[in-house]
Write a protein that binds this ligand. Structure first.
Ligand code: C5P
Length: 292
């Protein structure tokens, strides 16, 4: 059998309002998120057992890998009896807020469903994806989405609004260090409770943008910036310079540490990249892509 190959994209949160802590320890949020036309590649071929290997030695190959977690959930629900050898070509860094692990798991679910003859609908796959991780279901859709609940309740953006996002050129940049998502949420509880946005305000802000004709620039907001910026001043210092010196709309994605700038098609990119590399040094990742 020829292995199946799937793109497993990274995502950017353009809007992320954390609205409060829930009884189960997770946080409720309202977010607008878009996949990038850039990410990892996952191949899947029939085998005796479920297994995963990667070009990146830092990626776990045991059951803590979300691809295997997704595969086991798929087997439990569908009774799928074959094994699958997954090979992951990793480009999305970990601890970046770019959703790499969740994307890989969602892509594995799509691959398994195809190999099994599509027994599950998109909605059923979404329920499985939610078991694997809060950010997972959004990756079953290749377009801008609104996320609610702990992230698992997803809905496509109305077409007119999605058109103000899809195809937009972006520069994504991540410093050499990463940020742990559980750490960032804990900080929100302990040190930055003022970063919560009330559910009403979050919905109002989103509705105002949806009803407007404004570009994605005026949507940018992220509650998680407060804890990340307090610990890592290199992030806000650079973002402020990019705003001031280039007039760019910039923000952090998810719980960080990756940040991004929205670009115009004719924006000069090189001076921006030069400033980022000078500020964050050689360990920084900088890449240009477009939103899906
Ligand atoms: O769902 P996922 O495994 O991606 O979440 C990782 C961790 O991030 C959770 O264990 C929780 O600490 C935190 N989290 C949260 N609220 C969310 C999503 C994640 O508190 N909506």
């Amino acid at each position: 059998m020829i292995p199946l190959t799937f793109e497993s994209p990274a995502k950017l949160n353009l809007f992320l309002a954390v609205t409060g802590r829930r009884a189960d320890g997770f946080h409720d949020l309202v977010s607008v998120v878009a996949p990038l036309k850039w990410g990892d590649t996952l191949t899947a071929e029939l085998a005796e057992e479920f297994s995963v290997t990667s070009n990146d030695p830092a990626v776990p190959t045991d059951s803590s890998n979300l691809v295997l977690k997704a595969a086991n959930v798929f087997r439990r629900i569908t009774g799928y009896s074959h094994g699958v050898k997954f090979t992951l070509e990793k480009r999305i860094p970990m601890g970046a807020g770019l959703g790499g692990g969740s994307s890989n798991a969602a892509t594995a679910l799509r691959a398994l469903n195809q190999l099994a003859g599509n027994p599950l609908s998109l909605e059923q796959l979404g329920a499985l994806a939610a078991e694997v991780g809060s950010d997972c279901p959004l990756f079953l859709n290749e377009r801008p989405m609104i996320m609610r609940g702990r992230g698992e309740l997803v809905q496509g953006l109305p077409v007119k609004a999605a058109n103000r996002i899809s195809g937009r050129k972006v520069l994504v940049f991540k410093p050499g260090f990463g940020i742990s998502t559980p750490w960032a949420y804990r900080q929100l509880v302990d040190k930055a409770p003022t970063s919560y946005v009330s559910p009403l305000e979050a919905e109002n802000r989103l509705a105002t943008w949806l009803e407007s004709e404004s570009p994605a620039d005026s949507l940018l907001f992220n509650s998680m910036e407060a804890p990340a910026f307090a610990k890592y001043p290199a992030l806000p210092v650079l973002l402020e310079r990019l705003r001031r010196e280039f007039g760019l709309a910039v923000g952090m994605s998810g719980s960080g540490s990756a940040c991004f700038a929205l670009l115009e098609d004719n924006s000069p990119v090189e001076p921006v990249t030069t400033l980022i590399c000078r500020s964050w040094g050689e360990s920084a990742l900088v890449l240009q892509s477009r939103l899906q």
